[in-house]
Design a binder for this molecule. Structure first.
Ligand code: SF4
Ligand code: SF4
Length: 71
């Protein structure tokens, strides 16, 4: 499983810090986020939610149903 793509990244690094399973890295050459370890992605959507420029796309068919308890 992995997120679909990153497009329009400004290299802020937020998603790298946010990802709980360490999927994302900043490419040293381009200074933009890359999907370094796609197999580890849990489709948790945190990177997408925290990206300030909405650069991360997650295709709906790849998402797993999430049950959130706010209790
Ligand atoms: S969806 Fe979650 S696990 Fe996947 S890259 Fe984003 S923050 Fe990491
Ligand atoms: S949070 Fe968004 S803009 Fe920042 S490095 Fe990640 S993909 Fe790029």
């Amino acid at each position: 499983m992995t997120i679909a793509q990153i497009s329009g990244c400004i290299g802020c690094g937020t998603c790298v810090k946010t990802c709980p399973t360490d999927v994302l890295r900043i490419d040293p050459k381009t200074k933009k986020a890359i999907i370094k370890y796609p197999a580890d992605c849990q489709i948790c959507h945190l990177c997408r939610m925290y990206c300030p420029v909405d650069a991360i796309t997650i295709s709906p068919e790849k998402s797993i149903p999430v049950i959130v308890s706010w209790g």
